[in-house]
Design a protein. Structure first.
Length: 214
């Protein structure tokens, strides 16, 4: 069963439906501080990519994870994609390029066992995951580490404090809680404004939200 993605019905995404693939790609490459163009490309081709992937994975959990990592690969490759040049040389379209990238990811990705996958497709669809990862890269290292320990591993403030103390960073559980909230605030602020509008719908980021993780 192909999952549905509510963001595809968001007004910011639907307003881009009349653009061609080339126009969406150009807008994505020119406006790196916006997320709606990549989200529109994702919505246009998510069903196609998922249909291909679901037959190559042993379980729905692995299929969701491979689907997300494929779109993460696509996200970074799109930044440098020259569709006009490819089209002139080999008749490539964005659709055929996506098919090719999906095939490469299916053949080369070594999927972890189901029990090692903590990714939740509904909690963090691929576009949100991609922009979250980019936002995490710009956070101070200690805050990024704390957020990942809390989100990826579900560690409590007490366990995080104990780990940091063992590493030479003395911090109480209360201080960890305060720093975590600072980390969530910075993470949210680092997301493009339209990504927040599409995915957070006016809600603030809290520890109850979950990052998409392996």
């Amino acid at each position: 069963m192909i999952p549905s993605f509510p963001e595809c019905n968001h007004s910011l995404v639907k307003s881009l439906a009349h653009y061609s693939d080339q126009e969406l790609l150009t807008l994505f490459q020119r406006h790196t501080d916006a997320g709606q163009y990549f989200t529109a490309i994702f919505c246009r081709y998510s069903a196609m990519v998922y249909t291909l992937i679901r037959h190559s994975a042993r379980s729905p959990v692995q299929a969701d994870y491979l689907f997300a990592t494929t779109w993460r690969h696509i996200f970074y490759e799109l930044s440098e994609l020259d569709l006009r040049h490819l089209g002139e040389e080999s008749g490539f379209t964005l659709q055929s390029w996506l098919l090719n990238i999906t095939a490469i990811c299916m053949n080369q990705t070594e999927l972890p066992p189901v029990e090692a996958i903590h990714y939740n497709l509904q909690a963090a669809p691929p576009p949100l995951w991609c922009y979250m990862e980019r936002a995490l890269e710009h956070m101070p290292p200690i805050l990024r580490l704390m957020v990942l320990m809390a989100q990826t591993f579900g560690w409590s403030e007490t366990r995080i404090a104990a780990y940091l103390q063992a590493e030479g960073d003395a911090m109480s559980p209360t201080e960890v809680r305060v720093r975590l909230q600072e980390g969530y605030r910075l993470l949210e602020e680092s997301l493009p404004e339209d990504v927040r509008a599409i995915y957070l719908a006016g809600n603030t980021w809290t520890q109850d939200n979950q990052l998409a993780t392996k």
